[in-house]
Design a protein around this ligand. Structure first.
Ligand SMILES: Nc1ncnc2c1ncn2[C@@H]1O[C@H](COP(=O)(O)OP(=O)(O)O)[C@@H](O)[C@H]1O
Ligand SMILES: [Mg+2]
Length: 238
């Protein structure tokens, strides 16, 4: 069991976090005194150029990588105090990942891809399938249940990946360039979908190098050379 501490009300609360990569004698300081909070129901974009530290920060937020100093609370859990097994558990339960290149299993159907994280959690097949059907219909994939990824458009593949990320009701939807592999029309559709999911109450953190993509979010923070710069809220766009 993971101890629940009531140290913060934020969904994500990162305090003075630093991370360096060690390469032989050389040390590369990649995340510098990062302070970052995300509240329930927010849609935040992390915007930065190539090499600025976005993927490194995403790996930290997604509980996939360690860091050197600083604290990280995820949905009230002190990630900095968890062991490897607890990290795996918190990652599976609290984070829904969406990647640029979908990361679907090619041999699996839409339903099989979406159900997988639930089965891995030990949920029985009937319950898991009911949960999947709701999410799959929500994402407009009800007619594609038994299709495999290579029978779907890029936009449909990304919707399958989003269904898989959402089906376990994660605390955070964490997306890395979710529209990056799509043409501009499908990319806009995926971003509009993120807006709708956010309006339904989902908390979203999206990482991108593209200002136009970042504008889909309610709030944009910039990362430059490993430092985070907070800006005021964007005006709502129509
Ligand atoms: N595993 C690693 N070992 C050493 N250096 C790394 C590693 N991963 C990333 N870096 C370096 O850290 C910096 C930030 O990389 P990254 O987080 O991938 O940035 P971004 O995703 O914004 O392009 C870059 O200078 C990159 O070369
Ligand atoms: Mg990257």
């Amino acid at each position: 069991m993971i101890r629940q501490l009531q140290e913060t009300d934020h969904k994500i609360d990162i305090r003075m976090l630093n991370k360096s990569y060690q390469m032989g004698e050389q040390s590369l300081h990649v995340l510098k005194d990062i302070n970052f909070t995300v509240d329930e129901g927010e849609f935040v974009a992390i915007l930065g150029p190539s090499g600025s530290g976005k993927s490194t920060l995403m790996n930290v937020i997604g509980c996939m990588d360690q860091w050197d100093t600083g604290e990280y609370y995820l949905d009230g859990m002190p990630v900095h105090a968890l062991n490897g097994k607890e990290l795996t558990q918190i990652r599976n339960e609290k984070i829904g990942f969406v990647f640029q290149n979908y990361h679907l299993i090619p041999a699996y159907t839409v339903l099989q891809n979406v159900i997988m994280p639930l089965l891995m959690r030990g949920i029985d097949h009937k319950t898991a399938e009911d949960m999947c059907m709701d999410t799959i219909r929500l994402l407009g994939l009800g007619e594609r249940l038994h299709h495999k990824p290579n029978e779907l458009s890029g936009g449909q593949k990304q919707r399958v990946a989003i269904a898989r990320a959402l089906v376990g009701k994660p605390a955070i939807l964490l997306a890395d360039e979710p529209s990056g592999a799509l043409d501009s029309k499908m990319g806009k559709e995926v971003l509009r979908l993120f807006g709708e999911l956010n309006a339904m109450g989902n908390t979203i953190v999206m990482i991108t190098h593209d200002l136009e993509v970042a504008k889909a979010a309610q709030r944009v923070v910039r990362i430059v050379d490993g430092k985070l710069y907070h800006k005021e809220e964007q005006e709502a766009t129509g």
